[in-house]
Design a protein around this ligand. Sequence first.
Ligand SMILES: NC(=O)c1ccc[n+]([C@@H]2O[C@H](COP(=O)([O-])OP(=O)(O)OC[C@H]3O[C@@H](n4cnc5c(N)ncnc54)[C@H](OP(=O)(O)O)[C@@H]3O)[C@@H](O)[C@H]2O)c1
Length: 226
Amino acid sequence: MKKVILVTGANRGIGKEICKQLAVLDHDVILTARDERKAKESGEAIGLNCSPVQLDVSDERSVKKASRWVQEHYGRLDVLINNAGIIAEKSLVESDIDEIQKIMDVNFYGPIRMNKYFLPLLRESAEARIINMSSGMGAYSNMKTGYAGYRLSKAGMNAQTILLSKELADSNISVNAMSPGWVKTDMGGQEAPRTVEQGADTAVWLATADGIPSGGFYRDREIIEW
Ligand SMILES: NC(=O)c1ccc[n+]([C@@H]2O[C@H](COP(=O)([O-])OP(=O)(O)OC[C@H]3O[C@@H](n4cnc5c(N)ncnc54)[C@H](OP(=O)(O)O)[C@@H]3O)[C@@H](O)[C@H]2O)c1
């Protein structure tokens, strides 16, 4: 079945590759980016089935405007992929509060804004999914030093995934988190062992495969520890 799928932070890296793979599978992909020009350029590079829309996850007005666009063009959303993210290296001891707040605003509050304003559209779908692009760096079972703001933001994203999946347990909406592994992108750097194709694979699977339960944390299509 053709799905309407929105991806945040999709002008480069893993998000752009997710859009590409989903467009090839003939889904209606809404490729969003905080810079409208970059959204258009990336959408054009992918071609058919890909609609570019401006969306900055840290800006409530932008999120609301994008949700109105989806309402007007499709009247529903089948899959929301919260992929946009930023990172910083500093430890908790070294970080200024405003540096941590900046990361939280995108990685933690971003998905909260998205889920809030897109929930009515997800409720219009016969079977909707929220996919949170988290990280092994946010797993309690793997907590290490450095990248403190990022780790906190992704641990918070994981908690959101559990909470929301429980709150929506009786609904048509499933909520899962995933880690793409260490991927060669602007964020992951050139040393990373994985390609964007590998990083995008589990997101595309979570978006399209049948029978996946709600409330899990996945890597390489397998459950991993929170
Ligand atoms: N690469 C890895 O090894 C790795 C590992 C684990 C998890 N992840 C996660 O995977 C996701 C994608 O990462 P990536 O490696 O593809 O990173 P990336 O290449 O740095 O791309 C990040 C994307 O997020 C966008 N973005 C940043 N702030 C935004 C905002 N306020 N609103 C909307 N979009 C915003 C960026 O847009 P601009 O171009 O406008 O900045 C860019 O499109 C992130 O959530 C990241 O935490 C990545």
